[in-house]
Design a protein around this ligand. Structure first.
Ligand code: ADP
Ligand code: MG
Length: 244
């Protein structure tokens, strides 16, 4: 299968004072692929997403979106070019309803919508993530998985070409986890390109085409889940990590 490269990181490094949080990262994401970015806590996964989304400037190295250098591009321009992310902790507007939260996402992305167009588009996404009938529920009234669904709909509202999910499945109970995995699967089946930061091994195995494993900011392994998850160096990196 011939594929197009959506995103390329070359020698991407991020220092926080004396700490090298991300160290000379190199990887590419192919169109339609789910790439799992995995590794113990503190290994630099969220920081890598922050560098890709433009939330943080890289110290060195380069990031390209379909061949366009986005390394120093402001975050809002990167969103407009089609990269959107969820956060490790849900960030919704609790006093607003589901529809308002999803519409807030529709105003940003690379295909901006306004007025009734934004509204009907948002309603479609609310159905898409399994929240049909709850468009007017306030966020504070929702169950945990439903807040996750809203977060996903809000990110989809910008119609991202590349979706960055930062531990989106974290905190779900086993029943919810199955629902969550199926939902991400359905996005993959829609042809979305996804970078998935994840600790849940079942999710990594069933969702990821390829994995990049980080440890202390450095890539220590790369390849399909079946091979990287049994790699002795990867197993060693995870030993002693409570979330593994
Ligand atoms: P992960 O998502 O893999 O758990 P992070 O990317 O959040 O790891 O963090 C990697 C390292 O960078 C950690 O040591 C963390 O404390 C540090 N770090 C992350 N963000 C900042 C920041 N804004 N300022 C200083 N240090 C940070
Ligand atoms: Mg993180």
């Amino acid at each position: 299968m011939t594929q197009n490269v959506v995103l390329t990181l070359q020698g991407v490094t991020k220092r926080f004072g004396g700490l090298v949080a991300v160290n000379a990262m190199d990887f590419s994401v192919q169109e339609g692929q789910v790439l799992g970015l995995i590794g113990p806590n503190g290994s630099g996964k969220s920081t890598t997403l922050n560098l890709i989304s433009g939330a943080l400037p890289a110290t060195s190295g380069s990031i390209a979106l379909r061949g366009t250098d986005i390394t120093t591009m402001p975050a809002r321009d990167i969103t407009r070019r089609g990269i959107s992310r969820t956060f490790q902790l849900v960030r919704l507007l609790p006093s607003m309803d589901v529809l308002e939260n999803v519409m807030a996402g529709a105003v940003f992305g690379h295909r901006r919508r306004w007025g009734t167009d934004a509204r009907s588009y948002a309603m479609g996404l609310i159905d898409r993530v399994g929240l049909g009938g709850k468009a007017h529920a306030r966020i504070s009234q929702l169950t945990y998985i439903d807040t996750k669904r809203v977060e996903l709909a809000r990110v989809l509202a910008s119609d991202p070409k590349l979706l960055l999910l930062d531990e989106w499945l974290a905190g779900l109970n086993p029943t919810e986890l199955e629902i969550g995995i199926d939902l991400i699967k359905s996005l993959r089946d829609d042809g979305r390109t996804i970078i998935l930061v994840e600790h849940v091994m079942d999710a990594i195995r069933s969702l990821c085409d390829t994995c990049v494993v980080m440890s202390s900011g450095t890539k220590i392994a790369e390849g399909p889940p079946s091979s990287v998850l049994t790699d002795p160096e990867v197993v060693r990196a995870y030993l002693g990590d409570d979330d593994a």
